[in-house]
Design a protein around this ligand. Structure first.
Ligand SMILES: [Zn+2]
Length: 566
């Protein structure tokens, strides 16, 4: 891609120590730039140094999440966050400003550098010293939200249980048990609703202030720029909302009616949504992490030989920690070690169907990382979330023909039906959360009553056909369970945009598997080096989220559902 390379950072430099990083960052900051070649070299040298610090951060994070009972792992991670990251932010801004301000930028190859320079210019424009303490307070408030929710427990079935532990009772075939569990969870959440309201009020205040400090009318416009959303606008998001309402909500409500019929309940209630409608036992796709890896490897080899090999490459070199065990953080993620170019997949496999989806999903992220290894610029080895999630969600859909590695025929049909039905719930829910945030931050002076009323209006527009009779107080505060509203404001529509991309990839795959795989790999290999619409175009996808696109995709989903038994 470029002939310039960098030997600026010694291989053994410890990226976890600011004392080691500082002298190198200083020389970058003070380096004289006398031509566009010097600027290009600075970009490469900085890239390796940033990758070294980033890999140190990743390794510390991995160590902590794999062993939450290891005090040293936790303190090493926190030391990095507290004493290295603030320096990195400051010097990062100084370097961005130096690069954006350099007159030699004009002489660089536009096609190669336009995305990088565009992103850095936005970051420099938004940077305000006075916003740093506001950001810190915002982050601390999010920790309070996490702490408040993490401390919630319910006494149920003879034991004190966390809310994640309660989830399985919502799948119980006995309706009275489900109802009691649902009420227990909702009542427990509701007990803290005032506290969570107060936290959210202060967050809205801080965020609106940050936007105004940076010269914006409202936080929505500020965040669109901060997230580098150059290729779509709030109006496009509103088009997505309308499309979800017109196209997906009717499918969702039809599925709700079918479910009510199969369960033989009238009306459907909030505790009737997670249970298998025929009362079957949960799917059990594998037994232990080794079995999961062996079966997933066969799935990818059948999908495509080179994807199979990429997956196998993860089996060596400390790239997987899959099995659930004591003292491991919850959830799943794929992290990339940016200097040594090694992906890492973390999850809590317990042998349920969701684990299989997670494995295939995170493998898609790992393929994305591996396909970008040729790219010298760190900024371009990561793509925008709207496309990164296409890489992962696509693998869940491409995996359909090979689910027989895990299941018999009837179970395959059941797994596919679940995945496709979930789409009809997920796209309207994304619209709900996104529309809520648009309103919140363009009407920051609202009262609690107005906020809850707006929320109820959205659930009427996008929600499932269930009766909330007698549960009104839980309903109007049900937004408080969506942690994204607190921790990562405005981050949610990305999943919707990506899902529409993944569904388009799936349609390609159904008619031309080899062509679809080739498009997938070509687009992933671009990393973040091109604007979002070009990444979609490289994969042969329309970058549009209006009703016509959504209709075309949901018609195919419906067609596939019609071939599958309940
Ligand atoms: Zn993902």
């Amino acid at each position: 891609m470029t002939s310039i390379t960098s030997d600026f950072v010694p291989a053994d430099l410890d990226g976890a120590r600011w004392e080691d990083l500082d002298p190198l960052y200083k020389t970058l900051r003070d380096r004289e730039l006398s031509c566009s070649g010097c600027l290009e070299q600075l970009l490469l040298d900085r890239s390796v140094l940033d990758a070294t610090a980033s890999e140190a951060h990743t390794n510390l994070y991995v160590a902590m999440t794999c062993h939450t009972d290891d005090k040293k792992a936790k303190s090493s991670y926190l030391r990095f966050v507290e004493s290295v990251e603030p320096h990195l932010k400051q010097v990062g801004f100084e370097l961005d400003r130096k690069i954006v301000g350099s007159p030699h930028g004009a002489d660089l190859d536009t096609a190669r550098y336009e995305v990088l320079l565009r992103d850095l210019a936005a970051d420099v424009e938004l940077f305000r010293q006075e916003n740093i303490p506001l950001q810190t307070e915002d982050t601390k408030l999010d920790q309070q939200y996490d702490e408040t929710c993490g401390a919630m427990t319910v006494d149920f079935d003879g034991l004190e249980r966390t809310l994640p532990q309660m989830a399985k009772y919502l799948e119980e075939t006995d309706r009275a048990t489900r109802q009691e569990a649902w009420r227990g969870i909702s009542e427990r959440r509701y007990r803290d609703h005032e506290k969570l309201d107060t936290i959210f009020d202060r967050m809205i205040e801080l965020r609106t202030q940050m936007a105004r400090n940076a010269g914006f009318d409202d936080y929505r416009d500020y965040m669109f720029k901060r997230y580098h959303r150059f290729d779509y606008t709030p109006a496009d998001c509103e088009e997505f909302h309308r499309a979800a309402e017109q196209v997906c909500v009717p499918v969702l409500r039809r599925l709700n009616a079918e479910r009510a019929g199969t369960l033989n309940v009238e009306p459907l209630r909030p505790w009737d949504l997670a249970v298998d409608p025929l009362g079957r036992e949960p799917l059990r796709p594998f037994d232990g992490a080794d079995d999961l890896v062996a079966r997933t490897s066969r799935l990818f080899h059948r999908m495509d030989a080179s994807l199979g090999e990429m997956f196998d490459s993860l089996r060596t070199g400390d790239c997987l920690d899959l099995e659930s065990r004591k003292a491991k953080a919850p959830g799943g993620y794929q992290a990339h070690r940016d200097r040594s170019l090694k992906p890492f997949i973390f999850m809590n496999a317990a042998g349920v169907h969701r684990d299989l989806d997670t494995m295939v999903h995170e493998a898609g992220h790992a393929f994305h990382s591996i396909l970008c290894h040729h790219e010298p610029l760190l900024h371009y080895r990561h793509s925008p979330i709207e496309f990164a999630e296409v890489a992962s969600m696509t693998m869940e859909l491409f995996g359909f023909p090979y689910l027989d590695e895990f299941y018999d025929e009837a179970e395959v049909a059941r797994a596919k039906r679940k995945r496709l039905e979930d789409l009809a719930t997920m796209l309207p829910w994304i619209a709900t959360i996104d529309a809520f945030q648009h309103w919140i931050y363009t009407n920051p002076e609202h009262s609690h009553d107005e906020r809850n009323a707006y929320w109820l209006g959205l659930t009427k527009r996008f929600g499932p056909a269930v009766s909330w009779d007698g549960l009104e107080q839980y309903h109007e505060y049900s937004w408080q369970r969506q942690g994204h509203l607190y921790g990562v404001p405005f981050y949610y529509i990305e999943y919707g945009i990506a899902q529409l991309g993944a569904l388009q990839m799936w349609l390609q795959y159904k008619t031309d598997p080899a062509g679809a795989i080739a498009n997938y790999k070509n687009a992933l290999a671009l990393g973040g080096s091109r604007p979002l619409p070009e990444l979609f175009a490289a994969a042969g996808l329309d970058f549009s989220f209006g009703a016509p696109t959504m209709q075309r995709l949901m018609d195919e989903v419906q067609k596939e559902l019609d071939t599958l038994p309940i």
